[in-house]
Design a protein. Structure first.
Length: 333
């Protein structure tokens, strides 16, 4: 029997707080980017928070693994990467999770089995297959969750990975964050079949579509998927229908979509929807909401202070990690 979600007050507050942490982290990143303290590309997760939070709430960070996209700040926060080291990484400081070398698009935390973002569209798919193949031998019962956008389904590596994952019965959960646009290309302009889950079903893989603007529905779907995978029945595919409220990146003019479309999706804002539901059902008071918001703001202020007080990589260390100078042997739990 699938374990049902316990929608008690504590869990509802957890879901809301986690989404709020992501939203406010992203807003602060915009400020720091405009102040030229964050450099390079910046891809924000506003609107898609319910997907990362729902997935993380249904899995077991540390035991399970995550392979993320280049829009991965929210996925990292939901998975438990500390906001302090995450913000330090954004600012390019040694105290960051990758010593400041990864930046926005390449977050990584081996200890938490967060195997990072990937600047290559679809690049994480074969990595997830490899991790899950190793886990099948070394960590029985572990699940690898692989996030990717709908634009990745046009890559050959998507089909290669789907085929091998089902053929080898790999313990991997594929999470397609379908936000309708691959950069600026509408899904209908690039794919004949816009119902993405059908592509996975073509490889005889169990697949479902879920409201990606609702963390409860995402968590419920992932719990079903995890039970299937942990039972030794192979991979599972979830298509989360979601939407990014901000541009693809900070350099995007968004000429491909209308303001009315964006505003229409904002009426489905996962943070506001959950808050309104909790208030209407007497699960959240104004005082509780204010307390959670204050705690998130304090955490964020501390993270920014930590990052700004951090240190850049010493010049004489810049050539480190260009080639591997140490092999870390994976040990069984």
């Amino acid at each position: 029997m699938t374990t049902k979600i316990r929608l008690d007050r504590t869990h509802l507050h957890h879901l809301w707080r986690q989404m709020l942490r992501i939203r406010r982290f992203e807003a602060r990143c915009v400020e720091l980017y405009q102040a030229q303290k964050i450099r390079g590309f910046l891809h924000l997760y506003d609107g898609e928070e319910a997907v990362a939070v729902g997935v993380a709430s249904a899995l077991d960070p540390g035991r399970d693994a995550v392979v993320a996209t280049y829009r991965e700040h929210g996925q990292a926060l939901a998975w438990g990467v500390p906001m302090t080291t995450l913000m330090a990484e954004m600012l390019g400081k040694v105290e960051g999770c990758c010593r400041g070398r990864g930046g926005s698009m390449h977050l990584f935390d081996r200890r938490r089995r967060f195997y990072g973002g990937n600047a290559i569209v679809g690049g994480g798919l074969p990595l997830a297959a490899g991790i899950s193949l190793a886990d099948k031998r070394l960590r029985p019962g572990a699940v690898t969750a692989c996030f990717f956008g709908e634009g990745a389904v046009g890559e050959g590596v998507f089909h290669e990975t789907m085929n091998l994952a089902e053929l080898w019965q790999l313990p991997v959960l594929f999470v397609c964050e379908n936000n309708l646009y691959a950069m600026g290309v509408p899904l209908a302009d690039s794919e004949v079949e816009t119902d993405i889950r059908r592509k996975a079903q073509a490889y005889r893989m169990p697949a479902e579509q879920v409201d990606g603007m609702d963390p409860v529905r995402v968590e419920d779907a992932v719990r079903r998927a995890a039970e299937h995978i942990r039972g030794g029945h192979g991979p599972y595919f979830i298509e989360a229908r979601t939407y990014r409220f901000r541009a693809h990146s900070m350099f995007d003019t968004q000429a491909y979509r209308t303001r009315d479309e964006i505003e229409g999706w904002k009426r489905l804002d996962p943070i506001e929807r959950l808050r309104a539901w909790m208030v209407a059902n007497h699960e959240l008071s104004d005082a509780e909401a204010a307390s959670i918001e204050a705690a998130v703001d304090a955490e964020l202020d501390a993270a920014v202070a930590f990052a700004e007080a951090g240190t850049p990589e010493p010049v004489d260390q810049l050539e480190r990690f260009v080639t591997m100078d140490e092999v870390v042997q994976e040990t069984q739990p």
